[in-house]
Design a protein around this ligand. Structure first.
Ligand code: ACO
Length: 359
């Protein structure tokens, strides 16, 4: 098996996932509930998307409040205190506000006093971009422990009169802790792509400097998601399949080496077509779209959390994450599951060595 790290020269650390957590709001919006809002029906939604229900944030909930709950779970799983974090990367398309970054609100909520914090927005591909960025920080030696968190409150950006979009999306948040390790595990490869020239396929047009908020933009519901779903569908399948293959090749692996694919939950038909295109068996692609809908950047880490809850993963198992979203953007990542107790021992040994130096 190729080792991309050795091939690329001296890389002392890899970025291993040592903690994870997710949060879904309690309020459920079923397809039958949607039948009362727009001209649609459960049979259409289920057969065209695979979605049966989605979770909607309660009035007081925001992207940062949901992300903070997920982040606390991830830190607890990793057995880390917030002030042990070096960096917080928040992937979101639906920030609490334009300034400050949602990552800063999460940093405040956690009390992560030592951490830098920033947001990134690549829509539904945000978690893959966040993972790739976090892994680069760790591999480059710029950080040891990073929270990659994704949160979306898409329900606040829906046109609840547009049946082609409002049936698809849901709210939620999820986080992972990425930690430096000398093990041959962690993020093995990432692939990122974009096509800004066809950005109009999926937009929230108003609210930025190009079209600031006005009574006109509000009347036109231009602060809501607009999407050419049909055109995106074909691009999503092609690019998810291609980037998955590229990430596997970069890691020196084939689909046979993959324990499970954790894809962005965009549409069940997109996932089945992608699964067929990359040649992975049905039982090795995790889907939870029926209960969550499309939760944007949060969808992969929520799915990862649910997958880990239901499926024992062994040290050395490979997971393939793949996504597609607004921008347009796409990406994939291959993870090799680390020996997490050993990473924690490495961490404790490094802390003891540091204390000994100070003492
Ligand atoms: N209920 C009933 N009928 C509907 C609904 C609805 N909710 N929505 C659309 N229709 C109708 C249309 O009006 C159309 O009717 P017509 O034939 O009389 O004109 C018919 O159903 C077919 O419409 P299509 O848009 O062709 O339906 P399609 O099978 O493509 O499904 C969907 C639409 C679900 C949006 C699909 O295209 C899709 O999932 N696209 C990809 C979405 C995606 O992946 N986005 C990127 C990630 S999201 C992010 O980045 C934030």
């Amino acid at each position: 098996m190729n080792d991309p790290f050795k091939e690329n020269g001296c890389m002392p650390h890899r970025a291993a996932v040592t903690g994870w957590g997710w949060y879904s709001p309690t309020q459920v919006l079923s397809n039958h509930d949607l039948e009362k809002l727009v001209d649609t029906n459960d049979a259409w939604i289920t057969s065209r998307t695979g979605i049966r229900e989605r979770r909607i944030a309660a009035a007081g909930e925001t992207t940062s409040s949901m992300a903070t709950i997920a982040a606390r779970q991830a830190l607890a799983e990793a057995e880390l205190q917030p002030d042990e974090l070096d960096l917080i990367i928040c992937a979101t398309t639906t920030p609490d506000q334009l300034i400050p970054a949602t990552a800063c609100l999460i940093q405040r909520n956690l009390g992560a006093h030592r951490a830098g914090a920033f947001d990134l927005n690549t829509a539904c591909t945000g978690f893959i971009y966040g993972l790739a960025t976090g892994a680069q920080f760790i591999q480059g030696g710029g950080a040891k422990r990073i929270l990659v968190v994704a949160g979306e409150t898409l329900s606040r950006f829906m046109n609840w009169e547009d049946r082609s979009t409002c049936i698809l999306f849901g709210d939620g948040a999820a986080a992972v802790v990425l930690e430096a390790t000398t093990q041959q595990s962690g993020v093995l490869s990432t692939v990122l792509g974009s096509r800004g020239d066809i950005e109009q396929m999926l937009t929230i047009e108003a609210g930025g400097c190009a079209r600031p908020a006005s009574t006109e933009t509000i009347a036109q519901k231009a602060h809501c998601v607009r999407m050419r779903g049909n055109e995106i569908f074909k691009m999503a399948v092609r690019n998810m399949a291609q980037s998955a293959q590229q990430a596997l090749a970069k890691a020196g692996l084939t689909t046979n080496d993959i324990r499970a694919v954790i894809p962005h939950q965009a549409n069940e038909r997109i996932l089945i077509a992608t699964r067929d295109a990359i040649g992975i068996s049905e039982d090795r692609m995790f889907m939870n779209i029926d209960r969550h809908g499309n939760t944007g950047a949060s969808s992969i880490p929520i799915a990862l959390g649910e997958f880990l809850q239901s499926t024992p993963v062994d040290v050395g198992d490979h997971l393939l994450l793949v996504s597609f979203g607004g921008g347009l953007t796409w990406g994939a990542a291959v993870l090799r599951w680390a020996d997490i107790p050993a990473v924690k021992l490495e961490r404790a040994a490094a802390q003891r060595a540091k204390l000994a130096l100070i003492g």
